[in-house]
Design a protein around this ligand. Structure first.
Ligand SMILES: NC(=O)c1ccc[n+]([C@@H]2O[C@H](COP(=O)([O-])OP(=O)(O)OC[C@H]3O[C@@H](n4cnc5c(N)ncnc54)[C@H](O)[C@@H]3O)[C@@H](O)[C@H]2O)c1
Length: 427
């Protein structure tokens, strides 16, 4: 049967390489749509948990995963030989930056080397990992065409940016519009047809480069606007103006303004990282991505700014930071999730520790924390703490109670909005 028919009839055997925050929800959507899905991951613990119907991704409840596994719609393996039987493969492996802020393509390259071994006619391959524009055409296409098979004729190759927003109850994999671009028009058509079977809205674009750039535009837009508003927060602090009130009032403008909020720094696997894929690539073309570099610098200052706020607040209470007990509320990189990657809480805690503060923390999603010498377990805030610092505004915290018990609170997220007290110091 031709691939198109297999896709339309749900007979296509779907594969997902990399079963993390992106890959597992995607695998589940295709299984829910009636496809037989195989997930491939290097991590045996993850494949074992998937096969036991036990989810490790917050947005995928085990009650949804388990029946798909028991009905034989979804299975996971560490064995790449499974690729030989698959008709489609979505690649959802990590794309970190090296310390030098250069893209680390090693996960993509290693996954694609495995896929190339099992590439066969009629296969559809879609890269979803965030990357620099040109990756699919310049890096992946030659690896796959070495087989003698031609993209657009014998097999199909696309890029589709992943836009998941972990912890967002309104928008999940199924209802976030899916942009897809292929290396040929036939590849784009096949990629769009594939996603249409399981997702609500598909947005085909003319090339893989456009699809790659869409993701970088979206995340660079956020990163630069956050950088701008963080700079505004530092200015307002100097001038004694409440930046939160300014933003809320500006946001009443019904057109031409979109609110962004300051915070303790950027976190997560996307916003602090992805724009540097673009700046790395444009540097090769002789263009300096100056907005990105500037926003990166300002956002990188925020943990220092927060530590200065804490120090000043303690001084105003007649205490020194050195030797003070500082309790951090929330260490995940954003509200209501368990992900610690690039979390600004870690930067703030390391800076505080270096200045001699004694640290404790609470986070309902992160039971223990190990990071470059820090080894702590989550514990409730103690009324004895000299200062409580809200870094991540999880909904589960009882802010009124925390305020009542604390002697001093530095709030970097405006989590105490509406509460009035001399104990509160806002960003
Ligand atoms: N997490 C997000 O919110 C998010 C949002 C949009 C885009 N992205 C992008 O999606 C991609 C995946 O991110 P993630 O958050 O799902 O990462 P993750 O670390 O949660 O998952 C990646 C998985 O890939 C596996 N893996 C690594 N190398 C492999 C290989 N060679 N073969 C098979 N499996 C391999 C890992 O074991 C891991 O389970 C990244 O490029 C990321 O930038 C992530």
């Amino acid at each position: 049967m031709e691939l198109e028919q297999k896709i339309r009839s749900r007979a296509a055997r779907v594969g997902v390489v990399g079963l993390g925050y992106v890959g597992l929800p995607l695998a589940v959507e295709f299984a829910k749509a009636g496809f037989a899905v195989t997930g491939i991951d290097l991590d045996e613990r993850k494949t074992a948990r998937v096969n036991a119907g036990d989810s490790y991704v917050g947005d995928v409840p085990s009650e949804v995963l388990a029946p798909l596994v028991s009905q034989g719609k979804l299975r996971a393996t560490t064995d790449f030989q499974a690729l030989a039987e698959l008709d489609t493969v979505n690649i959802c492996v990590p794309t970190p930056l090296r310390k030098t802020k250069d893209p680390d393509m090693s996960y993509i390259v290693s996954a694609c080397q495995q896929i190339a071994k099992y590439l066969h006619a009629g296969m559809l391959l879609i890269l979803e990992s965030t990357t620099y524009p040109g990756t699919t055409d310049e890096l992946l296409l030659p690896m796959f065409e070495e087989s003698g098979l031609r993209a657009g004729r014998d097999f199909f190759l696309c890029f589709s940016p992943e836009r998941v927003d972990p912890g967002n109850p309104a928008y999940q994999t199924v209802n976030i519009p899916k942009v897809v671009g292929g290396v040929t028009p036939e590849c784009s058509r096949m990629g769009a047809l594939f996603y249409e079977q399981a997702l609500e809205r598909v947005v085909p674009v003319s090339s893989t480069q456009v699809a790659e750039m869409v993701k970088l535009l979206e995340n660079t837009f956020r990163m630069i606007n956050i950088g701008m508003v963080n700079e505004l927060a530092m200015m307002c602090s100097r001038m004694g103006i409440d930046v939160w009130e300014v933003i809320d009032a500006a946001a009443t403008k019904p057109f031409g303004f979109m609110p962004f909020y300051p915070g303790p720094g950027l976190g997560g696997h996307c916003i602090p990282i992805d724009p540097f894929y673009l700046s790395w690539k444009t540097r090769q073309a002789g263009i300096e991505a100056r907005f990105i570099e500037l926003a990166g610098y300002i956002n990188g200052q925020m943990p220092h700014f927060v530590v200065d706020k804490i120090q000043d607040a303690l001084n105003d209470h007649g205490k020194a930071l050195k030797g003070s007990h500082v309790h951090i509320l929330g260490v995940a990189y954003k509200k209501d999730i368990d992900d610690l990657r690039e979390s600004p809480a870690l930067d703030v805690m390391h800076l505080l520790e270096r200045k001699g503060a004694r640290l404790t923390y609470s986070d309902p999603y992160v039971a223990e924390l190990r990071s470059e010498g820090l080894e702590l377990r989550s514990e409730p805030p103690s009324p004895e703490a000299d200062c409580v610092v809200i870094i991540t505004n999880h909904s589960a915290f009882d802010y009124a109670q925390i305020l009542a018990d604390a002697s001093l609170i530095v709030d970097t997220r405006n989590a105490l909005k509406g509460l009035v007290s001399d104990k509160i110091v806002r960003l």
